[in-house]
Design a protein around this ligand. Sequence first.
Ligand code: SR1
Length: 325
Amino acid sequence: AGGIAGAPAPFDKGGVKIALIGYISAGDFFQAYQAGAEAQAKALGIDLQVFQGRQDAAQQREQVLQAINLGVKAIVIDHGQPEALADVAQQALDKGIKVVAFDVNLNNPAIPQVEQSDHRLAELALDQALKDNGTAFKAGYVYVAGFAPLDRRNEIWDKVKAANPGIVEAARFGTVSDTTATATADQAKAVFRANPDISVVFAPYDEFARGVKLAAADLGIQDKVKIYSADVSTADIQEITEKGSPWVATAATNPSVVGAVSIRAAALQIAGDQVPHQIVVEPALITQKQLRDAGVTTIDELAKKVPAFSTSTAVTASWIPAAAF
Ligand code: SR1
């Protein structure tokens, strides 16, 4: 990879090694995040080594050690379990390697944290749920504790329930695995059978929402349930806008933009710049109605309508070329 004329060292020469180490690699969000990271790395002449996640904390920890041995200049850690990562991340820092964390709280002042403003994201989705359904309904809630973004979204769900005692959480379920959507669908079916009066499901991860939608379709109850989610992808847009879909709103960033931001945070630190400790990519609300009315069928079309979906001004500099994705 070539260098960038006028960029600070070592980006003027190119070939800077950075590792991207994931925890979850299945699903649209994580694939788009990786694609965005790769696109930004390419634009910066970075040699990006990608380590795929398998929801395996021991393996991810091992990959951090491997990256240290490869002589990378920075490591971007995408999700994971803090207790398995904190000490190896510190080992990297001790060797002068920069570390950036996305959606895993490593609780270290030397590690910038990238996030999607999960509180705002949950507020956007739940405000829409209240607007559509009023303040009294039986809800299903999809949640798996221990994932930083889901834990932050959960804080807002708790707040909304406390402020609206008419909202009754009739069931809580969810699975995060390499088959999240189908596993969640199986659980959702059992939940719907046991609680036929659930009319709203808060499923703040698109794989959860897909699972709930699948269950509703299998049981023939799509017209009795409304699903509010997080995240968006081209496949999600198709599922949201199809005739009779119960998936009525989602709050989301463009995951490719978040991937690009994560790489920029690493690159700026390598170049000797300070970056904020908390780096936030703001989400936007996307409703089924907006998508249908605007005839939006893909994430690229969405990016043309919503500027925040094509780019973010977070952690950038004049010498950093835009990523093409
Ligand atoms: C299991 S955590 C899944 C979430 O991580 C990212 O924050 C995405 O928004 C997704 O919803």
